[in-house]
Design a protein around this ligand. Structure first.
Ligand code: BES
Ligand code: MN
Ligand code: ZN
Length: 500
């Protein structure tokens, strides 16, 4: 998609479509008013007759509006003006893109970026609008033999900015939005691929390919023999039940001086989670191909960093494996020794995410990190606690937690903190090893984080449980690309703070 910004009156745009907002009930936005004045009340007249109430998501397409230079005007309902914040802003941009793509308008001058969103500037609006547009038009048809693409797809979107003064900010925001959107798309594509294609080796190949694209991105892949040498007994215990070799992928993005401590993202890369010997029930098991969404989001955010040439150092670490039952598979009751030396009694082989993450987290210390953030589809309990709206957030450093909460609010890709209190730690007690890999049925998301906390004492750390947010089920089944927007915002904020 081609994106740009422009300042100019809506009635003067020679283009196939101009999109303007209408608030509930029947209140024209400023841009809609300009069109209305140019057309001698044509729009207000239609609205008075009840053609468009301004309900959120409502659309009305008009042709040949008098005294305008565009072929069409799209009125888009924005809901109540006082409620017009991140959610409605994303939704209206999303709808405009989908609507026009299906109707053969190949270009649009969108005035949605002129609407007021509380506490948000033009750069935020343009960035968000670019992301929402790309999200709306995303399709995954690589594996369909017949593709049903639009005959005359939307290919050019121009966002309106209030004056020429805002053009530089707007252009920068287009660049940011496009790089974040392409990180999201990459994450979605990897996650939507089935487990027979997207194996640990495939993830490693894709990471290597990304390393070839960007000069500042160095990709390295550790094999099982390397992991043995590093004594990653916990990670390897998960891989034992699979015929696909496990990989430990590192992506090092170097955008700042070498003495700048890196921000590290660790992503769970279980390319299929059957549960292992503690086999999952059959219904919906296909969705466990999404158990590598943490890994996908790490690859996505690394591509965004490299694309934007961000002035920071960032490292991605991806432990990748399948979790399958096989003759050699780990059994409940087995005890393994992690890289840190901590012994683990594996009481449930389906709690495998923490087993691969703990060794990756121990490995992360060698980079002397500024902070480490792990991202994992870790617990079904997180969906019970928080549903699909925010990702779960836990960690050992309050400033980092607050930065992530804040980045979530700004990006709209929200997270919510759960307490990582010592009170929960005892649930991991084992009679036979240092710790057990499960903590009973209470507070499953917290005890999973407690497990990880045993391996992250040497640095500032936060954990994002994306079990509820990384993909959608049902008719709309597919990856969301979350939390790439959250991580991108976190990095951009971090860079802005550094400059102060
Ligand atoms: N990948 C799953 C978590 C999951 C389940 C994410 C459903 C999204 C939807 C993870 O490996 C897992 O199986 N966790 C277990 C932990 C339990 C055995 C302590 C779970 O949540 O049931
Ligand atoms: Mn599992
Ligand atoms: Zn899993």
């Amino acid at each position: 998609m081609e994106f740009s910004v422009k300042s100019g009156s809506p009635e003067k745009q020679r283009i196939s479509c101009v999109a303007v907002g209408v608030f509930e009930s029947r209140k024209l936005s400023h841009s809609a008013q300009l069109l209305d004045e140019a057309s001698d009340g044509y729009i207000a007249n239609l609205i008075r007759r009840g053609e468009c109430e301004g309900k959120l998501g409502q659309t009305l397409l008009l042709h040949n509006v008098p005294n305008t230079l565009c072929d069409r005007v799209l009125l888009i309902g924005c809901g109540r003006e006082k409620n017009f914040d991140t959610g409605p802003f994303q939704k209206t941009n999303n709808i405009v893109a989908k609507f026009l793509d299906e109707r053969g308008a190949t270009e649009v001058f969108s005035c949605l970026t002129e609407l007021n969103v509380k506490n948000r500037d033009i750069a935020w609006k343009v960035n968000q609008a670019v992301q929402a547009t790309e999200d709306a038009l995303y399709t995954f048809d690589q594996l369909k033999s017949k593709k049903e693409s639009a005959r005359r797809p939307l290919r050019k979107v121009i966002f309106s900015v209030p004056s020429r003064r805002e053009l530089p900010d707007g252009e920068q925001a287009v660049r940011h939005g496009m790089a974040i959107a392409s990180g999201i798309t990459l994450a979605k594509d990897l996650a939507n691929l089935p487990g027979n294609i997207c194996t640990p080796s495939y993830l490693a190949e894709q990471a290597k390919a990304l390393g070839k694209t960007y000069r500042d991105l160095k990709v390295n892949v550790l094999e099982e023999s390397d992991m043995e040498a590093l004594k990653m007994g916990s990670l390897l215990s998960v891989a034992r039940g699979s015929r696909q070799p496990a990989k430990l992928i590192t992506l090092e993005y170097n955008g700042a001086a070498d003495n700048q401590k890196p921000i590290i993202f660790v992503g769970k890369g279980v390319t299929f989670d059957s549960g292992g010997i503690s086999l999952k029930p059959g219904a919906g098991m296909d969705e466990m191909k999404f158990d590598m969404c943490g890994a996908a989001s790490v690859i996505g955010i690394m591509s965004t960093c490299a694309e934007l040439q961000l002035p920071i150092n960032v490292v991605g670490i991806i432990p990748a494996t399948e979790n399958l039952p096989d003759g050699l598979a780990t059994k409940p009751g087995d005890i393994v020794t992690s890289m840190s030396g901590t012994t683990i009694e594996i009481l449930n082989t389906d709690a495998e995410g923490r087993l691969i993450l703990c060794d990756a987290l121990t490995y992360a210390a060698k980079y002397d990190p500024h902070v480490v953030i792990d991202i994992a589809t870790l617990t079904g309990a997180c969906i019970i606690a928080l549903g699909n709206h925010p990702s779960g957030l836990l960690g050992n450093h309050n400033p980092l937690i607050n930065e992530l909460l804040n980045a979530g609010k700004i990006s709209g890709d929200r997270c919510w903190e759960l307490p990582l209190w010592d009170d929960y730690q005892q649930q991991l007690d084992s009679n036979f090893a240092d710790i057990a890999n499960i903590g009973g049925k209470e507070a499953g998301t917290i005890t999973a984080a407690c497990f990880l906390s045993r391996f992250t004492k040497k640095y500032h750390w936060a954990h994002l449980d994306i079990a509820g947010t990384a993909w959608r089920s049902g008719k709309e089944k597919g990856a969301t690309g979350r939390p790439v927007p959250l991580l991108a915002q976190y990095l951009l904020n971090h860079i802005a703070d550094q400059k102060l």
